[in-house]
Design a protein around this ligand. Structure first.
Ligand SMILES: [Zn+2]
Ligand SMILES: [Zn+2]
Ligand SMILES: [Zn+2]
Ligand SMILES: [Zn+2]
Ligand SMILES: [Zn+2]
Length: 855
């Protein structure tokens, strides 16, 4: 029997789709990576009996990156990133072993059906999956189609079965357009980001950002926020005057009238008008007009509108909204939430979707009324040809969706029903008055029929007091006429909803990427989200945008990006060539980059005003190994160490406290050692600031402390303080924390494991000897006489922390020890032959090791 492999984008989708296609009769098992499941059932495919195997990936399988050496910020000129640096696709999340998992499941399969989400990213993942599975699948006949693509917009029985019955092929061009965007963003973004981060972080101490990023899309997004900020800053309020008149007739409450001249900017002129108006004590009704007006029901919902409303009315940020919407889609409550379309296709089952809502306690009445009176065809919208508008696919209750899920679902459903309802109708009445020679008017609205606004009350006509009935020629008494002074007010900061509108209007970002870009500018500390989801740029955000403007306005303006996105769309449509678009765009940005580098002083002048030079920041902490002067510790994120004499900056581990480590020095370079601690209960390790930034040995990476340093003769190194292999992770070594007494501990140098032992011991040392049975270093422990746990007056004991029966009760490690034993990690069983050397703890012969390092 032949086997059909089917792959969805997420585990939960695979499960839902398999349940539908197998009519609930599939059997499921976990895949080898623990994250994905495989659902199997028998069925028929292309007229033959087959075995179906439905599984999934977890989003993108691969991600694009430069090949290894080009990831080194210090050794590579960022200009090389535009063309010279080769890129490669790496597994997006190596922990998931997705490639291996796909290949294991695909081996021996005959057909593959791709159930990835139906957007460009999904199309791109299709080809990532194909690259992985095709080499291990059975080869069919030459003419036989073995790759199929399912197209669907919601996880409902109808949609999924329709997709299964009308399988097509994946679209290579759409996938290529995603490849092109990834490569452009990587090359352009990395080049600019690396250059300016290194340039400015080496110069300014209180620059509060670990990454000064540039993104071809992210930067114009920030540009919009700063543009508004500039308008606010340069705004000069102006004073103006309006005439306010109150009139009344009989016992009616007075009417407040609007002046037909609206306002004047000269006080004396205003006063003159008041004076002439005041000559009359009567207001004459010159005309009364009544007009029936319509407020149109909304167009069907697309992504951008959903994000706008979620931000302005529900207070939910775009990224969060998208996550919630995707969950609702995955669980089958709504159709695919990434769409530009606002038009329902002719064959869309609107009634079917509406019927689902007939029993709702919230809007069931309206729905039933609609179903019996007949639905109103939705307004014509635009059809992007991707998916139907966002539509509720089945009924839900607050309990099953959770708070935010329910609020979003509620809005989507109300919006959907509203698109099928009648327009709202109201009567607009305007009464025109004459007081002396001046004209005034007042307007009121009365509801005729609520239409869709009964579902979207926030769109409704506010309940105003209906205007009194009156006719031409009636007269009112003037109660009061006065001149009121007012001021023009500045614009406010952009709201998220306004930013989304701007991005859409200028064609930067797509429905899929708008939330990501907005999130990025917030997370990178260029913009903060204020009350009412207003976006206020930070000092850094402002300086950056002003700097780009000064050097090359096109780096901030949305024009180039939107031109690039148009090109990408042409690739997707098969109308433009992938390589040409890529070459052309990189060419432009390479030239822009060189000009930017040459003109960087333009931005620097702005930075100088806002930030203080690095030499003036921080406080003295430890001595430099080169000039033996004190270096300054700069605490602002990212914390650094700066020697103003040598003009060098050294990075430090983040998110913890840094202090001087007993004035000890690194034997390799003479820099004073520092101690990093993550808090009283957490880990700590000594480090040399020079080695941390410039690893002394080839087998060390940047950012390692002495607990990972393999220096053979240094008393703080892994070689001297390592005890044995970690009990939890592979490759980690437990290292004695010599600063931790009297609450002694050892901590893994790779993972989070911290092991407490020998409480109240006076002295704990790592011996040269190792354990006979497990190869761990023996420990020399010297207990306090008064609180010694050892029998019969002994105060000293040497033994293995894992094996020694005397030590066993003094080590907080019992379950971990069991795991280690159970795992068969006996003498050298684990680690030997893997990693650097047999015993990762220390080389046996120091001189031999030293010799090896310095050849
Ligand atoms: Zn120095
Ligand atoms: Zn060092
Ligand atoms: Zn070291
Ligand atoms: Zn570990
Ligand atoms: Zn042992």
């Amino acid at each position: 029997m032949r086997t059909v492999l089917m792959v969805a984008e997420k585990p939960s989708l695979a499960q839902s789709i398999a349940k539908i296609l197998s009519k609930g009769s599939c059997s499921s098992r976990k895949g080898l990576n623990g994250a994905c499941s495989v659902h199997e059932y028998a069925g028929s495919f292309q007229g033959q009996s087959v075995r179906f195997k439905m599984t999934s990936v977890c989003g993108h399988v691969m991600s694009l990156d430069f090949i290894g050496k080009y990831n080194n910020w210090d050794k590579v000129d960022p200009a090389e990133l535009f063309s010279k640096a080769p890129t490669e696709k790496k597994e997006a999340n190596p922990k998931l072993s997705m490639l291996k998992f796909l290949q294991v499941e695909a081996r021996g399969c005959d057909y593959v059906v791709l159930w990835l989400d139906c957007d460009k990213e999904g199309e791109n993942i299709c080809f990532e999956v194909l690259d992985a599975v095709q080499p291990v699948m059975n080869k069919g006949g030459v003419r036989e189609q073995s790759v199929f693509r399912a197209k669907f917009s919601s996880i409902t029985d109808t949609d999924i079965w329709n997709a299964m019955n009308r399988l097509g092929e994946p679209n290579r061009n759409e996938a290529l357009s995603v490849d092109a965007r990834q490569e452009l963003d990587l090359r352009i973004g990395c080049a600019f980001t690396r250059f300016q981060t290194k340039y400015f972080q080496g110069k300014y101490g209180n620059l509060d950002s670990s990454l000064i990023s540039f993104g071809p899309c992210q930067t114009p997004t920030l540009g919009f926020c700063v543009e508004r900020h500039d308008k606010i800053q340069s705004f000069k309020p102006e004073t103006y005057w309006v005439i306010q008149a109150k009139v009344f007739k009989g016992k009616d409450s007075p009417l407040v009238l609007d002046w037909n001249r609206v306002r004047v900017f000269d006080r004396d002129v205003g006063q003159m008008f008041v004076n002439v108006a005041k000559t009359s004590r009567e207001a004459l009704v010159e005309s009364v007009s009544k007009k029936e007006k319509t407020k149109q029901r909304p167009q069907a919902l697309n992504t951008v509108e959903m994000l706008r409303v979620a931000s302005s009315a529900l207070g939910m940020g775009p990224q969060h909204t998208m996550q919630i919407a995707e969950r609702l889609y995955t669980q089958g409550y709504i159709s695919y939430p990434r769409t530009e379309t606002t038009h329902y296709p002719e064959n869309f089952d609107l009634k079917g979707a509406l019927k689902q809502q007939a029993n709702s306690p919230m809007w069931g009445e309206e729905v039933k009324a609609l179903l019996s009176s007949g639905i109103n065809r939705p307004r014509k919208g635009s059809d992007a040809g991707d998916h139907p508008p966002i539509t509720p696919m089945r009924a839900a209750s607050e309990g099953e969706l959770g708070s935010d899920g329910w609020r979003l679902y509620q809005y989507i459903t109300q919006h959907f029903i509203a698109t099928l309802s009648q327009d709202c109708k109201f009567l607009q009445t305007t009464i025109d008055f004459i007081i002396g020679p001046e004209r005034f008017s007042c307007t009121g609205k009365t509801l005729i029929s609520a239409g869709f606004t009964s579902l979207m009350p926030w769109q409704g006509i506010p309940l105003e007091e209906a205007l009194p009935t009156c006719e031409r020629g009636d007269t009112y008494s003037v109660d009061e006429i006065k001149l009121v002074e007012k001021q023009t007010s500045p614009p406010d900061y952009l709201t998220e909803a306004e930013l989304i509108t701007l991005m859409e209007k200028h064609g930067i970002g797509t429905d899929a990427s708008i939330p990501v870009h907005i999130n990025n500018v917030c997370q990178r500390n260029y913009v903060t989200v204020e009350n009412g989801r207003k976006l206020k740029p930070t000092n850094l955000g402002i300086v950056l945008v002003h700097g780009y403007y000064k050097i090359d306005a096109e780096l901030v303006l949305p024009t180039i990006r939107s031109a690039v996105e148009k090109q990408l769309n042409l690739i997707a449509l098969g109308k433009a060539n992938f390589t040409q678009v890529l070459q052309h765009t990189l060419d432009i940005f390479r030239r822009k980059f060189h000009f930017f580098v040459d003109s960087i002083t333009g931005m620097d002048e702005l930075m100088e005003v806002s930030f203080s030079p690095i030499a003036a920041s921080g406080k003295p902490l430890s001595r430099c190994g080169k000039c033996h002067r004190f270096m300054k510790y700069i605490q602002t994120k990212p914390s650094r160490l700066h020697c103003s004499h040598c003009d060098e900056t050294y990075s430090l581990p983040q998110n913890g406290a840094i202090k001087l480590y007993k004035e000890l020095r690194c034997p390799l370079d003479d820099f004073e050692l520092l101690l990093w601690t993550s808090g009283a209960r957490g880990k700590s390790f000594p480090l040399c600031p020079y080695c941390f930034s410039n690893p002394p040995f080839r087998d060390m990476k940047k950012g390692m402390g002495c607990n990972e340093c393999t220096h053979p003769s240094c008393q703080h190194s892994l070689s001297s303080l390592g005890i044995g292999q970690c009990v939890e992770c592979e490759g980690g070594v437990l290292v004695l924390d010599t600063t931790s007494g009297p609450k002694w501990k050892m901590a893994c140098n790779k993972c989070n494991v911290v092991v407490h032992f020998f409480e109240h011991a006076h002295k704990v040392q790592v011996s040269q000897e190792s354990c006979e049975s497990c190869d761990a270093a023996l420990m020399l422990v010297d207990f306090n006489k008064t609180r010694c746990p050892l029998p019969a007056g002994e105060t000293q004991h040497t033994g293995c922390v894992f094996c020694d029966p005397l030590f066993q009760d003094l080590v907080e490690l019992k379950h971990a020890t069991m795991r280690r034993r159970g795992g068969g990690a006996r003498r050298g069983g684990r680690g030997r032959g893997r990693g650097r050397r047999g015993n990762p703890r220390k080389p046996k012969d120091k001189m031999a090791a030293l010799a090896a390092y310095f050849v």
